[in-house]
Design a binder for this molecule. Structure first.
Ligand code: ADP
Ligand code: MG
Length: 249
């Protein structure tokens, strides 16, 4: 097997229980190198839980998770989280650190000499010129700008994998569209394998190579957007598309 054949992320029969409830009930999903897979589904369907299995913030009760071909259980969780970019809905910036320092967090933790330069490069990439924004505090930014910093922080680590948990979920429609565009351009340029959790089917169809629909901890269908729209595999997927008024373009 060549390096190229190794799947970036793979979940195989993953089960996660919280008491009696099963947040994940036998989920299998593979993300190829450079691919973006969107995870969609209603609130509570297990999207965040599945995402967090990939960086060991959640440990499955059964099944297997592989990261770049290796069993996640054999990988050091701290090292794994520094290697995989992770962005949440609220961005998770440190409020008492400047924008520049927030963006430099991971290379700084790794004691890399060029942490500051990497942070500046990443800030510029997401449309926040460091000379203008670098010395600000998170509270001095808009919600959209804070999410840009969160994405810059993930990119400054030069990750080969990105996990995004509703990264644009709390933004107004215009800012959201702007950031979707930033994300699209970044992906085209960097080709980082990405799992994007979103409850917005339009966003999924716009940004992802494939869409996985989760329902009560199970995957109903995984397909490229055009195929999902043209041939919903179940009544549930059909209804979900219908309710979101997503139509083939
Ligand atoms: P989603 O991200 O799709 O909204 P989650 O993955 O957050 O869904 O949650 C899936 C299910 O697991 C929900 O029923 C939720 O209440 C439950 N759950 C998630 N995390 C925990 C936890 N730490 N303790 C107990 N139940 C949890
Ligand atoms: Mg969630």
């Amino acid at each position: 097997m060549t390096d190229k054949d190794i799947t970036a992320l793979r979940a195989e029969g993953v089960v996660k229980r919280y008491g009696e409830a099963r947040a994940l009930d036998g989920v299998s999903l593979a993300v190829a190198r450079g691919e973006c897979v969107a995870l969609v589904g209603e609130s509570g369907s297990g999207k965040s839980t599945l995402l967090r299995c990939f960086n060991r913030m959640v440990e499955p009760d059964a099944g297997e998770v592989r990261v770049e071909g290796r069993d996640a259980r054999t990988l050091d969780p701290v090292e794994l989280r520094r290697r995989i970019g992770y962005v949440q809905q609220d961005g998770g910036l440190l409020p008492h650190w400047t924008v520049r320092r927030n963006a430099a967090l991971v290379p700084w933790l790794r004691e890399e000499g060029d942490a500051a330069a990497r942070a500046e490069e990443a800030l510029a990439r997401v449309g926040l010129p460091p000379e203008r924004y670098g010395d600000r505090w998170p509270r001095e930014l808009s919600g959209g700008q804070r999410q840009r910093v969160a994405i810059a922080r993930a990119l400054a680590a030069r990750p080969s994998l990105l996990l995004l948990d509703e990264p644009f979920g709390a933004l107004d429609a215009i800012t959201r569209a702007e950031l979707q565009e930033v994300f699209r351009a970044l992906r085209a340029e960097l080709g980082i394998a990405t799992v994007l959790v979103t409850h917005d089917l339009h966003e999924a169809v716009l940004l992802a190579d494939r869409v996985a629909v989760l329902r009560r901890g199970r995957i109903e269908q995984t397909a490229p957007p055009a195929e999902l729209l043209a041939a919903p595999a179940t009544e549930y997927v059909r209804n979900l598309l219908h309710r979101a008024r997503v139509v083939a373009s």
